[in-house]
Design a binder for this molecule. Structure first.
Ligand SMILES: [Zn+2]
Ligand SMILES: [Zn+2]
Length: 310
């Protein structure tokens, strides 16, 4: 059984931080009611650039975890913090007087985008984006805002990539934004059977399409190109789910069958009452999946099942 992530040291920062400190790093309300790790000395006095870099380090550390611990930690983060992360992302960032372009970059190159990207493949993201609860209201404009911000900063990022081909700074930033957008578009399309409508005016829509086509043609062999291609497809008529999986832009489809992997029944399914993220054909299969500690049925559902406010 994975270690409780509340106690886990999440990062390789000089003063390693725990999940408790993570809420301080990201300036979130502490939903879990846990005090910060007294040894970490985080005081929340971060510039947005520092937050961005620290969030990347912490998430890399989580991704290196084994035995489902990464999935467990991300499920818990998503269940507790998605609404706050989205509000922070959509809210005003501190003004960067010295450098207007750096301020513009912060619209997408920030810790909240990093977090949202890392949680994009979680079933909690779909639940949040589809939720009709008021707390999930800001999520209804999230994808459109990301797309509009990409229209704003993308052409300059593209020029920076051209002018400084050895610097990976802007390409790395694109590799955070694009998978987020691609994964969410795919997930919603998978659930609804049709692509979600982005709220873009005609010019922004066209500019986004041009930018994505440029990246698609220019980087055919890496995520910037392949995910640009995927998003182009998602915005248009063409859609191949298997192709998207091949491109690696979508991590795992929401289940439309009994969540017990060995079952696969697709009819008469009922939601897990606590998380509303997975469905079961019977109470018996729910019970097996809840505890299955021998690993034969994947991660026990007990570890990723959280009730949410959305
Ligand atoms: Zn079943
Ligand atoms: Zn559940």
């Amino acid at each position: 059984m994975p270690v409780d992530p509340d106690l886990l040291l999440l990062s390789t920062l000089p003063n390693a931080i725990s999940l408790k400190d993570f809420v301080v790093l990201l300036d979130l309300d502490n939903q879990m009611n846990i005090p910060p790790n007294p040894q970490a000395n985080l005081d929340g006095q971060y510039s947005e650039e520092q937050r961005f870099h620290h969030a990347i380090i912490v998430l890399r550390r989580i991704d290196m975890e084994q035995n489902g611990h990464d999935e467990y930690t991300k499920a818990k983060l998503a269940a507790y913090y998605l609404p706050q992360l989205v509000e922070k992302f959509l809210g005003p960032l501190p003004i960067h007087d010295a450098d207007p372009e750096a301020a513009e970059d912060l619209l997408l190159k920030n810790a909240y985008m990093v977090m949202l990207q890392s949680l994009a493949g979680s079933p909690y993201m779909v639940k949040y984006l589809k939720s009709s609860y008021p707390i999930a209201g800001p999520g209804k404009r999230l994808l459109s805002v990301v797309a509009r911000r990409l229209v704003l900063v993308g052409p300059r990022w593209n020029r920076m990539m051209e002018d400084h081909p050895k610097s990976k700074e802007f390409k790395d930033a694109a590799v955070i934004v694009l998978p987020f957008l691609g994964t969410c578009l795919m997930a919603l399309r998978y659930v609804d059977g049709e692509p979600p409508k982005l709220d873009l005016n005609a010019k922004d829509g066209q500019d986004l399409s041009v930018l994505l086509h440029v990246w698609w043609m220019r980087f055919p062999d890496d995520p910037v190109g392949t995910i640009s291609e995927l998003i182009c497809h998602n915005l248009g008529e063409y859609f191949e789910y298997e192709e998207a999986l091949r491109l690696g832009a979508y991590q795992e489809p929401p289940k439309i069958e009994c969540a017990l992997p060995s079952c696969q029944r697709q009819d008469n399914l009922r939601f897990c009452k606590r998380c509303h993220n997975v469905k079961y054909c019977s109470a018996q299969h729910q019970k097996i999946h809840w505890y299955c500690e021998d690993g034969s049925e994947g991660l026990p559902h007990e570890l990723v099942c959280f009730s949410t406010q959305y």
